[in-house]
Design a protein around this ligand. Sequence first.
Ligand SMILES: Nc1ncnc2c1ncn2[C@@H]1O[C@H](COP(=O)(O)OP(=O)(O)OP(=O)(O)O)[C@@H](O)[C@H]1O
Ligand SMILES: C[C@@](O)(CCOP(=O)(O)OP(=O)(O)O)CC(=O)O
Length: 406
Amino acid sequence: MENGRASTKPISQVTCTAPVNIAVIKYWGKRDEQLVLPINPSLSVTLSQDQLCTRTTVAASVDFKRDRIWLNGQEQSIDTPRLQKCLGEIRRLARKRKHEEERSGDLLGCCVHICSENNFPTAAGLASSAAGYACLVQSLARLFGIDGDVSHIARQGSGSACRSMYGGFVEWTMGRAEDGSDSVAKQVAPAEHWPELRVLVVVVNAGKKAVGSTEGMQTTVRTSALVAYRAEHVVPSRQDDMKRAVLDRDFQAFGEITMRDSNQFHATCLDTYPPIFYLNETSKQIIHLVHRYNRHHGKVKAAYTFDAGPNAVLYLLQDDVPEVLALLKHFFPANANNDSERTFVRGLPDVCRKDVSSDLLDSVGLEPSPGAVQYIIHTKAGQDPQVLTNPQQALLDENGWPKKQN
Ligand SMILES: Nc1ncnc2c1ncn2[C@@H]1O[C@H](COP(=O)(O)OP(=O)(O)OP(=O)(O)O)[C@@H](O)[C@H]1O
Ligand SMILES: C[C@@](O)(CCOP(=O)(O)OP(=O)(O)O)CC(=O)O
């Protein structure tokens, strides 16, 4: 019964969580809009799901009259090209495997219900589309019994989503095949490979951004000569250098390449006509802070990267977290008169307080900007999408309908 919410037949249901990833070699530009094929390879760090994650439950039942999706408690249209692409590709693969392996394909005739939640702001430049489509594709693949790599399907939901299908350090190969079959994500190294690496997500603005990535990169590819030069002459060798830096746990190289690549991505945005500005004054202050901090210590101890928005992501080593957090708190203190001080730094516990020397404060030499940073998430590299088996963690009830929120 569609509206009465009582089901007579058993339903199949799967719940998964999936991570966010933050690129250190940026993807910006497609050579094929339909298949979501990039103009250059990219490389990212998958972040721990303890701090940032998407949870998605998918269910299939003959009782469902149509495919439906609820995102963060609100029903959304299922008729978007990207959702249709992911659903269509999963069903196509399930049909093919059923045919090849003579499996039962009971679910193929069923409609699906999808319910998803992000535990962090959606569409705010924090890679919600990456975690969101990775989680959707992983859950659907499990529901339809598809094994093996499905990053090429996640890619068609959102390019960067393919990298969230793996944990640790992940590359997205550009591929050459016309059908996109070789443009897939691959793990370069697991998260445990570099246990000291830490990540600070510095949230400058958690609001919806002005120019979305899809539209932004289309305009860049159409109008910027720099982005074509970058794809052909800069990224290929940079990708190799970055892989080497990761494998050698060489933070000097990792940090410098990360910052140079973020800067070049934003330079291609400025080279877009009309130009796109994702960084704001606070982003630029953070860039200055990091370079002056590194100069003070005579080496790269922290590295910034920015996606399509003003929020900074800093990579650094565990031992330097207290000092960098103290600097950020000094120059970007929480607004007085509210209780945000308590929740200003979220995430990994046990960061001991550190007093910063007046020498270092002088070296950084910025004017403090109270309230410019909303909050900071302290996290690290993490695992690939996970399946949750406890029905209490599902977002759909036993009949496949969104559970009532308390
Ligand atoms: N959990 C989810 N399940 C399915 N789709 C999602 C989910 N979360 C986000 N999305 C889709 O992704 C869109 C947001 O993508 P968008 O690229 O605008 O922002 P972002 O991913 O947060 O930022 P960026 O890609 O720049 O890091 C949403 O409007 C929605 O369509
Ligand atoms: C700046 C970026 O975060 C761009 C991400 O772009 P999307 O993957 O969101 O774009 P679409 O493929 O059009 O959905 C860089 C990156 O993650 O590599």
